[in-house]
Design a protein around this ligand. Structure first.
Ligand code: HEM
Length: 371
């Protein structure tokens, strides 16, 4: 990947317009209306898939199992978030007086949701392996700290442990899913491989501990580097999703040759909807590169806002992800003054858009006089 892929894409858009090629076979789309049209796929021009259910062998199938997993995951996580909201203040107090980000965000979100991911009393082996996946694969830049050989060996251990767990759950189905491993096991048909279910479970783990953790990191980074008083948590989180959408590229495969603006998209091409560019479209946003959470007071710009995708494959976890992030941002910004120190303001760019590394110092806000 280029050293500044976002800068490169911004320049290409400026020079070539809203639809452009970057490398041979890759067509980028930054026009909001066209982006939504592609993701909605009403005319069936694209193959029906989302990045979430992409697995090594192609696409997790059938679609009915995808839909059921999305639905059941949403219900389970929402219930967990509602039932355990009173545990958030204790997690937040562990961040003071200082913490290292974005890792701290991934770790507290994981800790909060762990029982919903792997159960309240997982075996020692399962707990150890999933804790290590977070440390070795979810945290930004973690993968690069290990050799190819070490990654390969670890992947084999992960597959073994998750497959054994999923096989045990398929053998004794739960009346009601207690965690996301039950959710994926329940969606299996007789022909589904345990290894495919393990990959879908990993997508859930990356969405929860990775994406939600990064969103929390971006929100606090932006508040801590702004001169303004913290705005309403919901506006902060929405503005963080606009400026730095964690899911910033959604790839689609054309079913047939067709015209996209001036370009011809062929079945061998990948059409890439870029939420990062859509969210900075100057025709839809005033001062698109500025952190202005109060813009959300008027609810403006929704037509150029796709942080959770759009259409049939839009994120089923969007509601719970924003609910928990807003709760954490609210707890932190109301109890502490935030001080951010960062060696660089460059995001960490990979499949997800993660915040730069930063140190967050939290100074308690003193209670008003007389209290
Ligand atoms: C800040 C957190 C999150 C972000 C930014 C995010 C973003 C997205 C995006 C952009 C898509 C569409 C991908 C595409 O069209 O190719 C998506 C799909 C999906 N997300 Fe999320 N997600 C987040 C958290 C979650 C959580 C916590 C879950 C729960 C497990 C979840 C479950 C799903 C599922 C199941 C899909 C696939 C929907 C389908 O294909 O039917 N996401 N997500």
């Amino acid at each position: 990947m280029d050293t500044d892929p976002l800068g490169v894409l911004g320049e290409l858009r400026r020079d070539r317009g809203a639809v452009f090629t970057r490398r041979r076979g890759e067509i980028y789309v930054s026009d909001p209306a066209l982006a939504k049209e592609i993701l909605a796929n009403n005319d069936g021009i694209f193959r029906e898939h989302s990045d979430f259910f992409r697995i090594k062998t192609g696409n997790f199938a059938p679609r009915s199992a995808q839909v059921e997993i999305g639905r059941a995951a949403r219900v389970l996580l929402r219930r967990h978030a509602n039932d355990h909201a009173d545990e958030l203040p204790a997690l937040v107090s562990g961040l003071a007086p200082g913490s290292q980000w974005p890792d701290a965000g991934n770790r507290i979100v994981y800790e909060h949701f762990r029982p919903a991911l792997i159960g309240a009393a997982p075996s020692a082996a399962l707990r150890a392996v999933v804790d290590q996946i977070v440390e070795r694969a979810v945290l930004a830049g973690a993968r690069e700290r290990y050799s190819r050989f070490a990654r390969h060996r670890f992947r084999a251990r992960v597959t073994r442990t998750l497959c054994a767990e999923i096989a045990a759950r398929r053998a004794r189905p739960a009346a009601e899913p207690a965690d996301l491993l039950d959710v994926v096991a329940a969606a299996a048909t007789a022909r589904t491989r345990d290894a495919d279910l393990a990959e879908v479970f990993l997508s859930c783990l990356f969405a929860v501990a990775g994406s939600v953790g990064f969103l929390l990191g971006w929100s606090l980074y932006l508040v801590g580097t702004s001169d303004e008083e913290p705005a309403h948590p919901a506006w902060v989180v929405r503005e963080a999703l606009r400026l730095w959408p964690v899911a910033w590229l959604f790839g689609r495969t054309p079913n047939r040759e067709h015209q996209l603006a001036e370009l011809t998209a062929k079945p061998a091409d990948e059409v890439v909807v870029c939420s990062y560019l859509v969210h900075r479209d100057p025709a839809h946003w005033t001062e698109p590169d500025e952190f202005r959470p109060d813009r959300w007071a008027e609810g403006a710009g929704q037509e150029a806002f796709i942080p959770f995708g759009w259409g049939p494959h839009a994120c089923t976890g969007a509601g719970v992800a924003t609910q928990v992030t807003e709760a954490l941002v609210g707890l932190i910004t109301s109890a502490y003054r935030l001080h951010v120190t960062a060696p660089t303001s460059r995001p960490q760019v990979s499949a997800a858009l993660a915040p730069p590394r930063f140190h967050l110092r939290l100074d308690p806000v003193s209670p008003p006089e007389g209290r």
